[in-house]
Design a protein around this ligand. Sequence first.
Ligand code: KG4
Ligand code: ZN
Length: 343
Amino acid sequence: MTLILGLESSCDDSAAALVTSDRRVLAQAVVGQNSAHQPYGGVVPEIAARAHVEILPGLIEQVLREAKMTVHDVDAVAATAGPGLIGGVMVALLAGKGLALASGKPLIAVNHLEGHALSPRLADPDLDFPYLLLLASGGHCQLLEVAGVGDYRRLATTIDDAVGEAFDKAAKLLGLPYPGGPAIEELARQGDRAAVPLPRPLVGSLEPHFSFAGLKSAVQRAVASSDFKPADIAASFQQAVVDCLVDRTRLAMRNSEAPTLVVAGGVAANQAIRVALASLAQGQGRRFSVPPAWLCTDNAAMIGWAGAERFAVGHFDSLDVPARARWPLDERAEKVRGAGVKA
Ligand code: KG4
Ligand code: ZN
């Protein structure tokens, strides 16, 4: 059994966690910065980086105190090293390097996307490789075949906005707070998902990718027309996203024999999306796995867990490992226009 200290600061959540290789989260803490960024309708990099510097050290102390441990008790320190807002990424990575140096424990530089990609295995002990993963977050929307730790084949990505970004932009148009995903989900409960005619970009196309920019523009027109109730727009938008995700995932299933469909990343917290993908998997005779909502949105337990997975296969990093703003999971995948840089 190994014990890993996980650290995360790549976007607008500061987080620390203590995770074991036998799937126990001994302690974890996440502090979001929603109120700091809310006036701007999106994450402001300088504000985020400063806030991580102020918040993260206290969270590290807090999780160690809760577990009645010191950094000398852990087997390795795992810190997100990218992709993300570089000023923020550097906070957890430098903290991780300092703790690794001081304790003499190895450093594991975790790709934030790998944190999301492996997080379902922390929650689901029966989830073996390979699996087909829909990674749906604020900065990414990708379908990946996950064949093992560090072994990813990208089947699809977005050609413009990430799906979480689409939720955030639609929410802003509707006058809802940031982050938009939970706000839209809440408002959609009171709306009619068939009330507003909205496009489903790329649905039915054999091009494997995602697109959400046209959907956002259609929401903009619907809001401007004043013909529709906000709740109906929210419900119709969410349904359009569900239809896009299901159609694109169904297409990817043609190119993947993986027995399990998995969804992870912040957008996987959405109940309508979880239900629709579960039903898709069932219809295709595949198993379905999704982490609990707290493990979908950014957290450090998934970074600690990715660290535990890397520890098990002997992947460690030197103390001069750089922070990376861009860091694709599948380095061989061809570049597609517009794919996001944020995790
Ligand atoms: O994975 P995450 O916490 O951070 C990134 O790595 O980007 O994802 C954040 C994104 C935001 O765009 C947020 O609006 C979206 O996930 N999100 C949701 C829900 N909860 C968070 N989208 C739809 N429904 C939700 N319940
Ligand atoms: Zn994330």
